[in-house]
Design a protein around this ligand. Sequence first.
Ligand code: 5GP
Ligand code: MN
Length: 320
Amino acid sequence: MSVKTIKAAIKKFDRFLISSHINPEGDSIGSQIAVASLLRRLKKDVVILNESPVPHTLRFIEGADNILKEIPRDFRFQAGLILDCPDMTRIGNVSEHITEDNVLINIDHHISNENFGRFNWVDGNVSSVGEMIFDLFKAFRLKIGYNEAVALYVAIMTDTGSFKYTNTTSKTHRIASELIDVGVKPYEIYGRIYEANSLQDTNLLGEALHTLKVTENGKVSWLWVTKEMLKKTKASLEGTEEIINFARSIEGVEIAILFRETGTEDKIKVSFRSKGKADVNKLASFFNGGGHATASGCTVFGKIEEVEKKVLEKAQGMAK
Ligand code: 5GP
Ligand code: MN
């Protein structure tokens, strides 16, 4: 389906619940805020509901305060607009509010998307859902306002690794250029998100880097964040997002892996990044996860050493 089908679907309904994945990042938060604004301009009733809170580095986005963790008691909705989620389990406990009567509109850029909606607009070739919401503004012929531009810029900047990942296209840059013309200041947004680390989170990076290892052939690198490290440094799990990039940045590495203890006994969050040759969506799917060819994740149960062994075996098989 295309943006036109989604435009037609949106026109049919008056009340929307917007949601996105647990542990949200820039694309999820920015896209939800921008699409909520679009819907409100169309005079729709909208609630954004997320299981997880907005990360503190994204709270500066105008509208972030309107992302709720509890649904207003008397709010009834016809359509659920689900962004940046390959499947419905990713919205966590928000799914408890969705019934058979609700129509689902699925807007996503994960190749692993299960097309779970009545209306599915899934395009694995775009950098971010932010780009898709930009196209939706165009389809409705709505002029993008400053706050909407900031939200979309955050979505696109974060999912492209600041315009450097393989998903960055000339269109990505044309969209960014248009958002800058609306008034977005790239330096300011970058600073808000990437130059706002706490000392605690930076100390955690130091601890994690001590665990960094590379396989004999140099193609797989991995590192850990344990509960103990979090306790010692008083860092937040939220602050661990960028750590994996240090593992990927090593010359010759094809696959980088981050193992994080979640705080729940024997539940390890595993993140994968690839430089492009290895398909880490496939790697994550061995462990019931998913994502993109170059960035994916999964949850594996077991002690961190056991999980490491299992996952490394598979990863080495894919990066020969
Ligand atoms: P991250 O490593 O930053 O948590 O996630 C990287 C990418 O993988 C994101 O696009 C995210 O949606 C996807 N991803 C992370 N964890 C999971 C998971 O457990 N299941 C699925 N299906 N996708 C995941
Ligand atoms: Mn995304």
